[in-house]
Design a protein around this ligand. Structure first.
Ligand SMILES: [Fe+2]
Length: 575
């Protein structure tokens, strides 16, 4: 009996030590592939929240006349940055009169000392119209949207700036930003935030407040920004069922003032931290004359020309030792198209000595085990996956699905130590609810006719190999799905060096607790194992890398062995 008590005591100590080791341990992808883990939605949380009203303090216009508002930064080249803002008033109604964009000049003053602006640059002023010539719908014409490129910037340096029109005595207050390290410097942006499907709800405010608290030096917005096309005030009627209210309207109206509200909501963050955007399906916003994406492409400056792209819908850029590729899922992605040709060229020009990390982002995920949007962008995957694999893309970020999921390294639905890590971060908190159903849950496998993409064809398939052979859905969480959890949130990537990067998913509820976060992992590049630029697909390794599990198992095993030896010695002495 006494032995039992002592053995139980030892077991308790071992368990506590193992628990301590586990809580301190941050796994690495070297330990993968990981067994699938699902954390369900916490029912004490709200699955969704309402849109913020247009008169909310964070959405209201707080400047007068021609003073700048909605100020935003975006990277252009490693030594230049875009500054964008809006002046004047947008109009919405049956009859709108576009203003002359040249009536307000686009001017930025900047320098390295507060209050002293050694440099001045001018840029362009534009407007756009969103027109719905159908009975009962409202048209929109924007305020003046300004874009100025400021150049000659030194790396890792604080710059003070003002924007506006000095001839109208309408310059902004002084703002400040810090430039990123140069490519080839062996340095990386301090903290990169990733957020998708943000919207403009009270959940969105929690996400952005949390993101601001996490102090990013760069932001990637992976599509579906404002959800202006779902705002209930369409036609000024607050229609809850759009096509019931407007049965003869061939196009759904989007409520463009939401974009202005979103610009104001984001300004405190993105007027001091550059934000790089890629479009989602909610940015398509079809209007008269088959025009699409007009608000998105007019409002945001992206380095398309700088990266050799002829479209604002796909581009690339460098930030320190990372080359980012931003792909368009709602524009031709076929191997015969312009985007693919641009991508091939862009990838060929990547120098991994200058930018060891290669990170890609586009809106709809290729690997997704939730019911929502399941296999929706298989056509895009089939066209582009091999090219990205051959060039050794390390991480892919997507949104579209309103939940979190991290995928084991994978290629063509097969675990592969050289495939990218895919992360779905479409949990920004928009008006649509958080996704809770998995395609492998009983009765939740979508029908083959569901999940049609808003662009491109349907390439749904039944699996020809693996546990789901012959089926459209798995009957359990797929082996490529490492971790999934239904919650709103955002993520932070901290690149440590040329091979290690720490990824942390921050759930919205973590904002209320000290040192609390969701999924966390070191993503590790293995250039020696995964040679870059080889042609064709790589064969699966015959066995997992020899260091799989070593980081976690070694201290735990040592602790267990030590305790067992101690117990045996004690037992020998006292028997
Ligand atoms: Fe989406």
């Amino acid at each position: 009996m006494e032995y039992c008590k002592i053995f139980s005591f030892l077991l308790l100590i071992i368990t506590k030590m193992a628990a301590a080791a586990t809580s301190e341990h941050i796994p690495t992808t070297l330990e993968g592939p990981f067994l699938p883990v699902t954390r369900s939605f916490d029912p004490s949380l709200r699955r969704g929240s309402d849109d913020l009203p247009m008169d909310h303090p964070r959405l209201r216009k707080n400047v007068t006349s021609n003073f700048p508002e909605q100020i935003a930064l975006a990277l252009s080249t490693p030594t230049s940055i875009w500054v964008s803002w809006v002046t004047g008033d947008a109009q919405i109604g049956l009859n709108v009169t576009p203003v002359d964009p040249t009536s307000v000049v686009s001017e930025v003053w900047y320098g390295k000392e507060s209050g002293k602006y050694s440099e001045k640059r001018h840029g362009v002023s534009v407007i756009y119209n969103q027109l719905y010539p159908f009975e009962g719908l409202w048209n929109y014409t924007s305020g003046i949207i300004h874009h100025v490129r400021i150049d000659g910037l030194e790396p890792e340096t604080k710059y003070y700036y003002k924007c506006g029109d000095s001839s109208l005595d309408a310059m902004s207050e002084e703002l400040v930003f810090e430039t990123l390290p140069l490519p080839g410097s062996g340095k990386y942006p301090r903290r990169i935030a990733f957020v998708g499907d943000l919207g403009l709800t009270s959940n969105s405010t929690t996400t952005i407040d949390h993101l601001i608290a996490n102090d990013p030096s760069l932001i990637l917005m992976v599509g579906d920004l404002t959800y202006a096309n779902q705002y209930r005030t369409t036609g000024g009627k607050g229609a809850s069922c759009y096509f019931c209210e407007f049965p003869d309207s061939p196009i759904r109206e989007t409520y463009q003032p939401r974009w202005d509200g979103w610009g104001r909501f984001m300004e405190p963050l993105i007027s001091r931290v550059p934000m790089m955007v890629i479009e989602g399906n909610h940015e398509i916003e079809p209007q008269a004359a088959n025009i699409t994406f007009l608000s998105y492409v007019t409002r945001f400056s992206v380095p398309s020309k700088e990266s050799g792209s002829n479209s604002n819908l796909y581009y690339s850029f460098d930030a320190g030792g990372i080359h980012f590729i931003m792909l368009g899922a709602y524009v031709d992605y076929n191997q015969t198209g312009d985007q693919y040709a641009w991508l091939e060229k862009d990838l060929q020009n990547v120098d991994r000595k200058t930018t060891p990390w290669l990170v890609a982002a586009w809106h709809p995920p290729w690997y997704n085990s939730y019911s929502s949007h399941y296999q929706e962008f298989e056509c895009m995957r089939l066209q582009m996956e091999a090219l990205l694999y051959r060039h050794g893309v390390n991480i892919v970020f997507s949104g579209h699905v309103h939940a979190y999921e991290r995928i084991n390294r994978v290629y063509n639905y097969t675990l592969d130590p050289c495939g990218p890590v895919y992360i779905t971060i479409g949990d920004g908190g928009n008006i649509e609810k958080v996704e809770v159903d998995h395609a492998d849950d009983p009765g939740k496998c979508p029908s083959a006719g569901a999940n049609k993409p808003e662009f491109g064809s349907v390439c749904h398939m039944n699996f020809s190999f693996g546990p789901a052979k012959g089926k459209f859905c798995w009957d359990r969480q797929p082996e490529w799905s490492a971790y999934r959890e239904s919650s709103f949130g955002h993520g932070i990537l901290e690149v440590v060096n040329s091979t290690y990067a720490l990824w942390t998913w921050h759930r919205n509820q973590d904002i209320y607790k000290e040192n609390s976060h969701g999924d966390q992992i070191y993503i590790v590049r293995q250039p020696e194992l995964c040679s870059i630029g080889s042609k064709g697909t790589r064969a699966l390794p015959s066995k997992l890398p020899s260091n799989v599990g070593a980081t976690f198992m070694d201290p735990l095993l040592a602790t267990l062995l030590c305790c067992l030896m101690f117990f045996l010695a004690w037992f020998e002495r006292n028997k």
